[in-house]
Ligand binder design. Structure first.
Ligand SMILES: Cc1ncc(COP(=O)(O)O)c(C=O)c1O
Length: 389
């Protein structure tokens, strides 16, 4: 009786929901599943952040409607974080807003700037929300292939002129989910210039900015002064501090873009619970050690998984960032995922779920202990070989 809007029909089903069904089937057969599927840290939120929330929630002043843009206390902590960790100066008053997780901001941005038919440039493979957010705003997503032979950076020269002229937003994400690629400073400069020339908003999703290894530190797209002319950078406490369930992130950068996004948000949500903002400010100000510890944990897991996969015959680059491993399986990613699950009880995410150019790869999330990773490698060694696939 009730017909869904046409725009919803254009959105492919959310991949993780389908995977969950498949996984449930295997679990119901009594198989002990090792799930490298969804990128949700297995580590708990650190105690001092939980305690900060507890204290804040007791204060009745913190129980009221929050402001739309976020508390000054939270936005100032974002500015301090960017100065300390990225050497970027941000005005907390006009260049930062709180978000109910970075996903929320990413999903709402096109509503602020896209008219029917405008192009939204989206990386493929990529976090599925860029594509669906473009559709929900009646925009036209245009895919930017991220290919291994270009270090998973888009080739800007391949964007047709008429598309670049009609594009209003370009989404990018480095360190990248799912490919684990990182952006060089040269590339960042090049893409900022491209967006300036074509008057495109550069929406940089930096959700994994702090999860880096081997001494590498990721770059903010706001490191360049010219970044402030076109960039809105999304960031999140979810991955850096094991706070996925808390739903808090932020957007910072160009004032006009920030205020456009805020105008949408003012009409659809009422901000982030203040007690969560206070705890998040504590994390941003005092959580550098947590980030370091997390990185060490993921780095160790990465080493064990990469080495094991290499022993199994897979050729993979060891990632410098994110908590994923992007593994070339040389064939259908869905077939590989299904066979792996059925034969070994191991869940990975098929690359095609992140877009057509993710085909041929699967993604492992490093959200399992070293012991579990070792067990998974053993299972694969005994009942699953790359060549058999
Ligand atoms: C690339 C990327 N961006 C954004 C998000 C959303 O993070 P959150 O909404 O928890 O801040 C995720 C979550 O998995 C992600 O992988």
């Amino acid at each position: 009786m009730f017909k869904l809007a046409q725009r919803l029909a254009k959105i492919p089903p959310y991949l993780f929901a389908e995977l969950d069904l498949l996984k449930k089937k295997v679990i119901s057969k009594g198989i002990d599943v090792i799930d490298f599927g969804v990128g949700d840290p297995d580590l708990p939120t650190p105690r001092f952040i939980v305690n900060a929330l507890k204290r804040a929630v007791e204060n009745s002043e913190r129980q009221k409607y929050p402001s739309y843009e976020g508390m000054m206390e939270f936005r100032e902590s974002v500015a301090r974080f960017y100065k300390r960790r990225k050497n970027v100066k941000i005005d907390p008053e006009s260049q930062v807003i709180s978000l109910i997780g970075s996903k929320e901001g990413i999903a709402h941005l096109p509503l602020a700037f896209i008219n029917k038919g405008d192009f939204v440039l989206v990386p493929d493979p990529g976090y599925p929300v860029y594509f669906s957010a473009a559709i929900l705003a009646n925009g036209t997503p245009f895919k930017l292939p991220l290919m291994g032979d270009n270090n998973f950076l888009p080739r800007l020269e391949e964007i047709p002129r008429n598309v670049a002229r009609k594009a209003k937003i370009m989404f990018l994400n480095y360190p990248n989910n799912p490919t684990t690629a990182i952006a060089t400073k040269e590339f960042i400069k090049e893409v900022i210039d491209f967006c300036k020339d074509n008057e495109i908003i550069l929406a940089h999703d930096a959700a994994y900015s702090e999860i880096t290894f081997d001494g590498y530190r990721s770059h903010s797209f706001l490191e360049y002064d010219s970044g402030f002319e076109v960039v809105i950078e999304f960031n999140s406490l979810s991955k850096s501090y094991n706070m996925t369930g808390w739903r808090i992130g932020f957007a910072c950068g160009n004032e006009e873009i920030i205020s456009g996004l805020l105008k949408v948000k003012t009409n659809v949500d009422s901000g982030v619970f203040e007690a969560i903002q206070v705890a998040a400010a504590t994390a941003l100000d005092y959580g550098d050690k947590v980030i370091d510890e997390n990185c060490r944990i993921y780095e160790k897991r990465r080493d064990v998984l990469v080495e094991g996969l290499r022993e199994l015959g897979f050729k993979i680059k060891s990632p410098k960032a994110t908590f994923y491993v992007w593994c070339n399986v040389g064939g259908s990613s869905i077939e590989f995922t299904k066979k792996l699950l059925n034969k070994t009880g191991i869940v990975v995410t098929p690359g095609i779920g992140f877009g057509e150019f993710g085909e041929g790869y699967v993604r492992f999330a490093l959200t399992k202990t070293v012991n579990k990773i070792q067990e998974a490698i053993e299972r694969m060694k005994s009942s699953f070989s790359k060549d058999a696939f």
